[in-house]
Design a protein around this ligand. Structure first.
Ligand SMILES: *[C@@H]1O[C@H](CO)[C@@H](O)[C@H](O)[C@H]1NC(C)=O
Ligand SMILES: *[C@@H]1O[C@H](CO)[C@@H](O)[C@H](O)[C@H]1NC(C)=O
Ligand SMILES: *[C@@H]1O[C@H](CO)[C@@H](O)[C@H](O)[C@H]1NC(C)=O
Length: 354
């Protein structure tokens, strides 16, 4: 126990001191942990200076948009939680190391880095847009460009999500980081591309929600508004893009560097696909670069996929133990009105990697 704790502390110190070109997302994402820094909400411009990992331009944006910063923090939180949900059954499971986000795992331009960039840019856009719709933010509100009668016989009414505002804010705030790093041009292009792909995922999946009005639910009049997908849906779409991400390299085309597929036989990526520069490490063993390894991870004995013991444990084998779970069972409804259950004990086999 003590050695693990020591290790975490060492790892995070190492991280703080050597992370100069770190996956840029991993730096400002530390905002999610504002509470841990003793900042519950951004009240004064001074708070902007206390936030870790921001570049100068972001500090200026923060000072001019104090009320939006809580949404940014919320967006960073959304992004991290969704990343952990989408990756819970993979070797790299998006764990945060002692308050710092993801360690150096994102230093290199891997698929994982691509995903984190996309989901965090989307997280900020989503949370800011929500802030606009809910009336919490003074600078923005619902989308006023949506209105009037539609050709399909309904009326645009209600609060359409102002996704343009959220996306614009995310572009200014999140992308500011990329113009101020020591990373290579190639890496900056990759990050900017994936940030944009994350935001497009929201725009491409906007949906229409409607409500019927009329005598006892008849739909004599229908009002509709445009609404963002849930953040869980965005996470799922981005996870699919992660699986289908394109390996690219930068080439000078005309006077500009551009990202093109490394394998010329593959069809070119679109602006909403994820791209990466280098293959991922196997994430099998713990190292000082922030990979925690898969020793002790739970695995599925019958699955052939990445959550299966064979792949998850990197061929090292696994241990099996029996765990007792207590569940509510034989529930009976009693008149009136409560439900009474018994506690049942059930044993399950749990497999963990050697
Ligand atoms: C990044 O790639 C370099 C070169 O392949 C490698 O030496 C280094 O360990 C990698 N860093 C991380 C954090 O995986
Ligand atoms: C993620 O992996 C780490 C290290 O393998 C493990 O300690 C942690 O419990 C895992 N997190 C989840 C949510 O499974
Ligand atoms: C394990 O994997 C199998 C096959 O993919 C699946 O049917 C089963 O639900 C999984 N079990 C658990 C506990 O996730």
């Amino acid at each position: 126990m003590q050695t693990t704790l020591m290790h975490v502390i060492l790892t995070s110190l190492f991280f703080l001191h050597t992370c100069v070109i770190c996956g840029s997302a991993s730096k400002w994402l530390a905002i999610f942990n504002m509470q841990a820094l003793g900042i519950s909400t951004i009240k004064s411009p001074d708070n902007c200076e206390e936030l870790p990992g921001l570049v100068n331009k972001q500090i200026q944006i923060c000072k001019r948009n104090l009320e939006v910063m809580d949404s940014v923090s919320l967006g960073a939180n959304l992004a991290i939680m969704e990343c952990q949900t989408q990756f819970q059954n993979r070797r790299w499971n998006c764990s945060t190391v002692d308050g710092s986000v993801f360690g150096q795992v994102l230093d290199n331009g891997t698929r994982e880095a691509a995903f984190v960039n996309a989901i965090s840019a989307a997280g900020v856009a989503h949370a800011v847009t929500r802030g606009c719709s809910s009336g919490e933010l003074e600078k923005c509100g619902c989308d006023r460009t949506v209105g009037g009668n539609s050709a399909d016989g309904f009326v645009w009414a209600g609060c359409s999500d102002n996704v343009a505002y959220g996306v614009q804010f995310s572009q200014t705030f999140v992308d500011a980081m990329e113009r101020k790093t020591r990373a290579t041009l190639e890496r900056r292009l990759m990050n900017l591309h994936n940030n944009e792909a994350g935001r497009r995922t929201i725009e491409d999946n906007m949906r229409m929600e409607c409500k019927c009005h009329g005598v006892s639910g008849s739909c004599e009049m229908k009002t509709c508004w445009k609404s963002m997908p849930t953040f869980g849906d965005i996470g799922q779409v981005l996870k699919e893009k992660f699986d289908g991400a394109t390996e690219v390299q930068s080439l000078k085309i005309g006077s500009r560097q551009q990202l093109v597929p490394r394998n010329a036989d593959f069809k070119p990526h679109t602006s909403s696909d994820l791209v990466y520069l280098v293959p991922s490490p196997d994430f099998c063993e713990e190292d000082l670069k922030g990979s925690l390894g898969t020793h002790g991870r739970r695995c599925n004995k019958t699955s052939k996929a990445i959550d299966g013991c064979e792949l998850m444990c990197c061929g090292r084998g696994f241990n099996t133990h029996i765990e007792e779970v207590i569940e509510r069972c034989s529930c009976k409804f009693h008149w009136c009105c409560y439900v009474k259950c018994r506690n049942c004990h059930r044993t399950v086999e749990v497999h963990t990697c050697k």
